[in-house]
Structures are given as structure tokens and as C-alpha cells.
Design a protein around this ligand. Structure first.
Ligand code: SAH
Ligand code: SF4
Ligand code: F3S
Length: 455
């Protein structure tokens, strides 16, 4: 498919759509899920603009609405489907509206077929492996056919256009897919096997971003640190990006089992690598970690944390935690709490385990009542609030360099930005500061953010 859909066919499709839709047609993209989907949404926007669409602020103003769906947990899926059904109403008033649904959920077995049958108002369906075919599918739809296509496996697509959400902070994909098959997780099934982009392609993209004024890049992958087969290759890529002089480099998400010595050392030696690492632990119990197929122990994880802090004492750590994995006992849950007390994360994303069809954990016996799982997650969240508060309080009095991201929703006289450690700071300032670095003295801490003043 890849070879067949060459540059020429792509251009023919884009031209056919441009001719068919005429002037002034608009698109609106709604993204669910993780940064991967955000980045895919940027590519979709680039492809749509090549076809002659321009961006609409809201779905109501759009002639084409595209949903990038997520299926990592059941509620993500319900939310996406609920919203698609809502679009049916919109289409009643606006029969020419094109509705496109793409992303991870469409890769689930039987899902595209279900949409074809049960949601006849959906015009375009694609998955994670054929986003690059969007021009072809939109052409089908504007010519009156339904553009429904799902591919089983994807390769690597270079040279696709993108409309980035920010002019100063950019996501750069370095690898796609995941080979880990954590027993609870659907991602490997819907994103396919790991494949890394060539180092030269990544460096070239980063160079172009730097030259266009980007101040921060975040390298993306389901498992960034297994880039090209190991932490050493990833550390090498980071080193080359560091030499390029982009002020800030971040990456996510890292798997603890692939956190190599070279990568830990990079946190001590690279000038532009930010002092933050998102390192999902999932559980503090060795038995649960084994059942989850995570390939590390609690002790191994804690030793990584210790070594990271040895090379970079002020590094901020954040994590993902699943509560109520099948068979998790109260005692095992307490081990997660005690691990959190040892690490003291700046922030934690906490989830109640959600069974995903086709994964190994979905067939494991699970007799913990839902109410009990809710109690556990509430206890975990309360503990995390304490740790977040103390992390924020520890910053008061420091002067931090902040990259300003935007104007506060509450006041046009307040701006918000992030420190290297990924902590949010609000301080007096106006829109002209957005996209620039400002040195800020931290004067106070709220529940989730810091307050400060320019120095
Ligand atoms: N590749 C990343 C992110 C995966 S999805 C990683 O490995 O960390 C983001 C988070 O969702 C996971 O870290 C996990 O905590 C959570 N998650 C994944 N599947 C889940 C499930 N079935 N139920 C509850 N949480 C889940
Ligand atoms: Fe899912 Fe595990 Fe892969 Fe992350 S590493 S995407 S949790 S299978
Ligand atoms: Fe969701 Fe797909 Fe990301 S399932 S979490 S959008 S990789």
C-alpha cells in the first residue's frame, strides 16, 4: 500500500478534493488520548490544509469534523463514541458535513465494521496505520462514497505536512508502536510493533524547528528509550540534539526497564535536557509488576530513582499508576502507597484498572469490588496531593527560568509557563511574553501551580 500511494497519487487526491469542495471550507479536529494522538492530529491538519480546508474554531463552524480516538481505558472510548453520536444531530442541520473518525479505537478488531453498519452518518474511517492516506479517503467522501479503510500494520511515513499547535514548543515523533505487551494494555494492538525513525530524519526535523524559532521539543514514543533497540541509541540521539542548541529538550514516555546508564548520565551532562522525567511505575508490588509483565522490580525502580537523583538532585519525577489490577490485594496496594512515599513524585496520573478486550489481563480473575477500587484510588490521590504540595513548596524562594506558554484564563494580566522541572508557574505578565523565557522568583505555591514575579 505504502509504495502504491506515492507522491503523485497524493497530489492527485488533494487536487481532486480542492476542486470538489471549492473555497472557504473548514475543518475542526477533536483529539482524545495521549501526545501521540495530538501529534497525529497535527499531521491530519496539515493534510487537510493541503486539500484546501482551513481551520475552524468550533465544530459548529466546520464542514469537516475529525475525531482522533483513544481506547486505552473504557471511559476514553465511551467519551469518543458519545461525541461522535452527538455529531449526528449536527449533521441533521448541515447535511453536507463530513464526519471523519480515526485513531487507536478504529484499530480494534471489528470496530470499523461496527461504525460502517451502526453509524451510517460517519463518512470517513481510518486507523493509526493509514493516517497518510487521509487525502484519498477524503476524496472518496467528497465524491460520494464512504472512505473506510483500516490497515493491519504500518510502516514509517516521512515528509508528511503538519500544522503544529504551538510555534515555540513542538512534538517530534522518534518512534512508533510498542513491543512490550504489558498485560493490561491495548496500545501494542492498536499502534503496532516498534519502529524507529532514522536519526538523520529526526535531526533534520529538529534543525528546521530550531531555525523556525522553536524553543522546546518533546520527543515522542510509546517507549522512547527503546529507540532503535536500546537506551544507548536514545542517549546518542539526545546528545546530538543537545549540540543543536534548542533551548529545551524533553521526552516521553520512558519505560523503566530501558532506562540505560547512558540515559541516566545524560541527565547530568546535557545542557538542554530538562530536569523532568515521566517514569511510569504502575505498581509498587513485585507480584503485581510481574503479572503486569513490566520486567522490573520495585527495588530496581527505586535504584533508578536514586541514580537519577545522584546525577541531578533537583530532577522532578512524575508517574502513571494503575489501582485495582486483577487480584491486587490491600497489602499489595499499600506497597504502591509506600513506593510513592519513597519516591515523592511531583505528580502522578492515577487510573482504576479497565479491562481491555484481547489483552492478557482481561481474562484474569478479578474479585475486588468497584467500590473498594474507588476507595484505593482516593487514598492514593490524597497522598499524591501531599507530595505535590511539598514539591511545590520546596520551590518557593528559588529563581527559575520559565518558558511562557499562554495567558491565564482568569486574567489577561497573568501568564502561565513551565520550569525546567515541568512545574507550572503563574506570574504577572502579558501576551507578548508567550513563547519566550523569563526568569521568575517563586513566591508561593497553590494546589497544583506555583506563583511568582519577574526578576
Ligand atoms: N507507553 C506509555 C503510556 C501508555 S498509556 C507507557 O508505557 O507508560 C498511559 C497509561 O495508561 C499507562 O501508563 C497506564 O498507567 C494506563 N493504562 C494503560 N492501560 C490501562 C488499563 N487497561 N487500565 C487502566 N489504566 C491503563
Ligand atoms: Fe502499554 Fe506497556 Fe507499551 Fe506502555 S509500555 S504502551 S503501558 S504495553
Ligand atoms: Fe490512547 Fe492510543 Fe494514546 S489508545 S493513550 S491515544 S496510543
Amino acid at each position: 500500500m505504502e509504495q502504491e500511494y506515492d507522491r503523485f497519487s497524493r497530489e492527485m487526491d488533494a487536487r481532486a478534493v480542492r476542486d470538489a469542495i471549492g473555497e472557504g471550507k473548514k475543518y475542526h479536529i477533536v483529539v482524545y488520548g495521549c501526545q501521540m494522538n495530538v501529534r497525529d492530529g497535527e499531521t491530519a491538519a496539515g493534510l487537510l490544509e493541503e486539500m484546501g480546508f482551513s481551520r475552524a474554531e468550533s465544530r459548529e463552524d466546520a464542514d469537516l469534523v475529525l475525531f482522533e480516538t483513544c481506547c486505552v481505558r473504557e471511559n476514553a472510548e465511551n467519551r469518543a463514541l458519545g461525541n461522535v453520536i452527538w455529531l449526528k444531530e449536527l449533521k441533521r442541520d448541515k447535511p453536507d458535513l463530513l464526519i471523519a473518525v480515526g485513531g487507536c479505537m478504529m484499530q480494534e478488531p471489528g470496530m470499523a465494521e461496527r461504525i460502517r453498519k451502526m453509524y451510517p452518518f460517519v463518512d470517513i474511517v481510518f486507523g493509526t496505520h493509514n493516517l497518510y492516506r487521509l487525502r484519498h479517503l477524503v476524496r472518496e467522501a467528497v465524491e460520494g462514497r464512504r472512505g473506510i479503510e483500516i490497515l493491519g500494520e504500518g510502516g514509517l511515513q516521512e515528509g508528511l505536512p503538519a500544522v503544529r499547535q504551538s510555534s515555540f514548543s513542538a512534538f517530534v515523533n522518534i518512534m512508533y508502536g510498542c513491543n512490550n505487551f504489558c498485560s493490561y494494555c491495548i496500545v501494542p494492538y492498536v499502534r503496532g510493533r516498534e519502529r524507529s525513525r532514522a536519526q538523520e530524519d529526526i535531526l533534520e526535523e529538529a534543525r528546521r524547528l530550531r531555525d523556525s524559532g522553536v524553543q522546546e521539543i518533546t520527543l515522542l514514543g510509546q517507549n522512547v528509550n527503546s529507540y532503535q533497540g536500546g537506551g544507548a541509541a536514545f542517549a546518542e540521539l539526545l546528545r546530538r540534539l543537545d549540540e543543536m542548541g534548542i533551548p529545551r529538550i524533553r521526552f516521553m514516555t520512558s519505560h523503566p526497564k530501558d532506562l540505560s546508564d547512558e540515559l541516566i548520565a545524560a541527565f547530568g551532562s546535557l545542557k538542554h535536557l530538562c530536569g523532568h522525567l515521566h517514569l511510569p511505575v504502575q505498581s509498587g508490588s513485585d507480584r503485581i509488576l510481574r503479572e503486569m509483565n513490566r520486567h522490573y522490580t520495585r527495588e530496581k525502580y527505586l535504584s533508578l530513582v536514586e541514580r537519577l537523583r545522584a546525577v541531578r538532585p533537583d530532577i522532578g519525577l512524575t508517574t502513571d499508576i494503575i489501582v485495582g489490577f486483577p487480584g491486587e490485594t490491600e497489602e499489595e496496594f499499600r506497597e504502591t502507597l509506600s513506593l510513592c512515599r519513597e519516591v515523592r513524585y511531583d505528580a502522578a496520573f492515577t487510573f482504576i484498572y479497565s479491562p481491555r478486550q484481547g489483552t492478557r489481563a482481561a481474562s484474569m480473575p478479578d474479585d475486588t469490588p468497584a467500590a473498594e477500587k474507588t476507595r484505593r484510588i482516593e487514598e492514593l490521590i490524597a497522598l499524591q496531593h501531599e507530595h505535590t504540595a511539598s514539591a511545590l513548596a520546596s520551590q518557593v524562594g528559588r529563581v527559575e527560568r520559565v518558558l511562557v506558554e499562554g495567558v491565564s484564563e482568569r486574567s489577561s494580566e497573568t501568564v502561565m509557563g513551565k520550569t525546567s522541572r515541568f512545574l507550572a508557574v503563574n506570574f504577572p505578565g502579558k501576551a507578548d511574553l508567550v513563547g519566550s523565557f523569563v526568569d521568575v522568583r517563586i513566591t508561593g505555591a497553590g494546589r497544583n501551580t506555583l506563583r511568582g514575579e519577574r526578576v
